[in-house]
Design a protein around this ligand. Structure first.
Ligand code: SAH
Ligand code: TYD
Ligand code: ZN
Length: 408
């Protein structure tokens, strides 16, 4: 474990703005009866006074987080399947013009994006360290290398495959503390006119919605347009485009290129201005975010305790990684939420990390329906509420906590 005191990118001074204390690994679901001890780490976040990058203070060894049995499956949401199909079509139409052009995706998981590229018969390669999800992608006919993307992997891919026109990463680049090695890898692999495109949760949306549950071990950096522009420049690249996406509660898709290779889009300057006006990277804003986190905890706990005291049943929906921070920080255990319904086979029959709430199948949710359902997978609210419409028809109520605590 590495404890960071200076910015991982520019070496500037870090200002800590929130400490969640000791937290478990958010995707380390516990097998009941397993005597081996859970791994805890200190989860605290800080902002760099120089380059403004928001980052964790402690870096969990990557092999502990991204294991063979990593349970997260990207294809568990139909809305996300549609999002990644559209992403693939965008690359096929806009970037991969020549039939020989190559797209490399790191963090390709079960192949949710590359599936469309492979079906179109185009050159692609996934780089994914978790063997289980990598195999799921390979079973769909997708080419995958079971490795961590970093300088050596990228150099090896460049030597065997040639340059990549597109290097892509969704919800992965912000998971990687060692960005220096990744950028050297991008430099080794990217074609002269190629683009490195990545999309990750947007810090401005996290602040605005108090979605502090986005903060957990795997999310090492929290990007803004300003901090990504500074990071790209630091490693010899240029931020040339940004696009705000509605997925996962608000993300930005960043397009980075070699300096001068592309004309920067006006969206970059527009977002820099929006961030300035919104004071996103000011310490006072982060202090307000911190006090909003504390109030959210008090409000949500108060509501759940009232439900319990009145004898109402409450079940969680979606055993998300995010819910690890929420339940452990708010002190929500099986006394307040009796179980969590989740569609992921590998999570069913386990206990949630740290808070030890049993995870069961979505069928258990209807057997019988509870009085209240706490929607941990709030980023999939539309899809889940549609799928579970009978719950409300039968008098059930959803509890949401993003952007504020409310009962629907
Ligand atoms: N892109 C998918 C998966 C996101 S989950 C989506 O958006 O749904 C993050 C993924 O990144 C995991 O599958 C994890 O194994 C992978 N990952 C973590 N570090 C990585 C690295 N250095 N190189 C490649 N993949 C990595
Ligand atoms: P998600 O919010 O995508 O990510 P993270 O774990 O990074 O916070 O996780 C969604 C979880 O919700 C995942 O475990 C699958 C589950 N889920 C359902 O059970 N049913 C559904 O209809 C959907 C969309 C997700
Ligand atoms: Zn910095």
């Amino acid at each position: 474990m590495t404890v960071t005191l200076d910015c991982r990118i520019c070496g500037g001074t870090l200002h800590e703005f929130f400490d969640f204390g000791r937290q478990p690994l958010a995707d380390a679901f516990v097998t009941p009866g397993d005597a081996s001890e859970e791994f805890f780490h200190r989860l605290a976040v800080a902002m760099c006074a120089s380059c403004t990058m928001v980052q964790l203070l402690e870096d969990v060894p990557r092999e502990r987080m991204f294991r063979t049995d990593y349970p997260y499956l990207s294809s568990g949401s139909t809305a996300m399947q549609e999002h990644f199909r559209a992403t693939a079509r965008y690359f096929l139409d806009r970037e991969l013009r020549d039939p020989g052009d190559l797209v490399v995706e790191f963090g390709s998981n079960d192949g949710i994006m590359l599936d469309t590229v492979a079906r179109a018969g185009r050159r692609h390669l996934g780089v994914e360290p978790c063997a289980g999800v990598a195999q799921a992608a390979a079973a769909k006919g997708i080419r995958v290398r079971n490795a961590f993307f970093e300088e050596s992997t990228a150099a090896d891919v460049a030597a065997t495959e040639g340059p990549a026109k597109v290097i892509y990463a969704a919800n992965t680049f912000s998971h990687i503390s060692y960005v220096d090695s990744v950028f050297r890898g991008v430099d080794a692999l990217l074609a002269p006119d190629g683009v490195f495109v990545f999309e990750d949760p947007y810090m401005a949306d996290i602040i605005e919605r108090t979605s502090f549950d986005q903060i957990y071990d795997e999310h090492f950096y929290f990007f803004t347009v300003r901090s990504v522009q500074a990071m790209a420049a630091h490693y010899g690249f240029e931020l040339v485009d940004v696009e705000h996406l509605p997925v996962h509660g608000g993300e930005i898709r960043y397009t980075v290129a070699r300096p001068g290779a592309r004309t920067p889009s006006p969206a970059v300057a527009r977002y820099l201005e929006l961030e300035k006006v919104g004071r996103i990277t000011e310490r006072s804003t982060l202090d307000r975010f911190a006090s909003n986190i504390e109030s959210l905890r008090a409000t949500l706990r108060g509501l759940l305790e009232r439900c319990r005291d009145e004898g109402r049943s409450v079940v969680g929906y979606g055993a998300t990684a995010k819910s690890a921070t929420l339940t452990n920080y708010c002190g929500i255990g099986p006394d307040l939420v009796s179980f969590i319904a989740d569609s992921t086979p590998a999570k069913q029959g386990t206990l949630s990390p740290g808070s030890h709430i049993p995870v069961r199948s979505p069928e258990a949710f209807a057997d019988p329906y509870p009085d209240y359902a706490l929607l941990f997978a709030w980023n999939h609210a539309e899809e889940i509420m549609r799928k579970e419409s009978r719950f409300r028809d039968r008098g059930g109520r959803w509890i949401l906590y993003v952007p504020e605590v409310r009962v629907l």
